[in-house]
Write a new protein. Structure first.
Length: 338
């Protein structure tokens, strides 16, 4: 049977992305337009993000079709991220996808952004199926999810305050490393000593699978306030490595502790923070000790992208889980199957 083709859109934050993917999880193209304008503000400006999505989405769609020699008639369905995210940004993608679905008379598939991050793992591993334990970690989310089967999951751990990605971003800002903070901390920490500063690990009990990073942010801020600028510049690699170690240690320990308790033999990591080099290394090392296999997306699929939205839409297509034209975006956080 000829594989179905999905045209997918992702506009939940500051990256406009358009992809074409088929039901064999073959990615024909995955275009991403990153909005560098936000660097001047040290973070994402929602109104500006929405305006840039409007400017970019039609152009990217045409490029995606042209470069893959695909016509609209060859597209079997449209997929779009509808939550969570910046509501104005999401609305651009949803409105555009709805317009195409109406004019082309094609099915419309609504995808949860966090589910998309999880399904990014299927792009290189189409055979991957639940049960598995998923660590979903990004700038806005930190969740540990026990998947039993499709649409049958339990969130067994989550952040009680700030997400891990936010802790990376805020630390990078305090250290004047630039935006986005996660990659900058990772890069700066390469030659640093992770034991240079012993930053706190919150909720460090074996029976707790929740996360907390607000105390870590405060500890980092207080540490830097008590140091001279020359000292910080001299030891910026060591400080970055120590911060990274504190965040990754918490993520890995809680994931492995729950995996041991639940006898989970498959662990997947998803979300923007899954690109962190230390996290990728440490979770594989610790999982190997308990006989668990780890799946992490290729770096290009860790960031926000439309290919992951299309990947999550494939199973929904065959289950005929289609949205109607009353579909709306909503910013509420959390993982759901819509």
């Amino acid at each position: 049977m000829k594989p179905i083709k999905i045209l997918a859109f992702e506009t939940s934050c500051d990256d406009t992305s358009v992809a074409v993917i088929d039901s064999n999880y073959k990615v024909y193209i995955n275009l991403i337009s990153s909005q560098t304008t936000h660097e001047d503000f040290g973070g994402v400006v929602p109104e500006l993000a929405s305006r840039l999505h409007i400017k970019n989405i039609m152009k990217l769609t045409q490029i995606a079709l042209d470069q893959t020699n695909t016509t609209f008639e060859e597209i079997d369905a449209l997929a779009v991220s509808v939550n969570p995210g910046l509501i104005g940004a999401l609305l651009v993608g949803v409105s555009f996808a709805k317009s195409l679905a109406y004019s082309l008379q094609k099915p419309l598939i609504a995808v949860n952004h966090m589910l998309g991050h999880i399904y990014a793992n299927k792009i290189e591993n189409p055979e991957l199926e639940p049960p598995y334990l998923a660590l979903v970690v990004s700038g806005g989310h930190t969740e540990l999810v026990d998947f039993v089967s499709y649409n049958n999951f339990k969130i067994v751990g989550k952040t009680r305050d700030d997400a891990a990605g936010e802790a990376f971003d805020k630390t990078a800002k305090l250290l004047n490393l630039g935006y986005p903070g996660g990659p900058m901390i990772d890069k700066t920490a390469t030659n640093g000593n992770p034991a240079f500063v012993e930053f706190p690990r919150a909720l460090n009990r074996k029976d707790s699978y929740d996360f907390s990073f607000s105390g870590l942010k405060t500890a980092i801020r207080n540490y830097l306030l008590n140091k001279k600028e020359e000292f910080i510049k001299e030891h910026i690699a060591d400080i970055s490595a120590s911060v990274q170690a504190a965040i990754v240690d918490s993520l890995v320990k809680k994931t492995i502790n729950y995996a041991k308790k639940a006898n989970s033999k498959t662990i997947i990591v998803a979300g923007g923070v899954s690109a962190n080099s230390l996290l990728r290394k440490q979770i594989k090392l610790e999982a190997e000790k308990i006989g668990a296999e780890v799946y992490i997306p290729a770096l290009e699929y860790c960031m926000d992208n439309a290919a992951m939205i299309g990947a999550a839409a494939i199973e929904k297509y065959f289950r005929k889980e289609f949205a109607d034209l009353s579909l709306n975006a909503f910013s509420k956080k959390g993982l759901r199957f819509i």
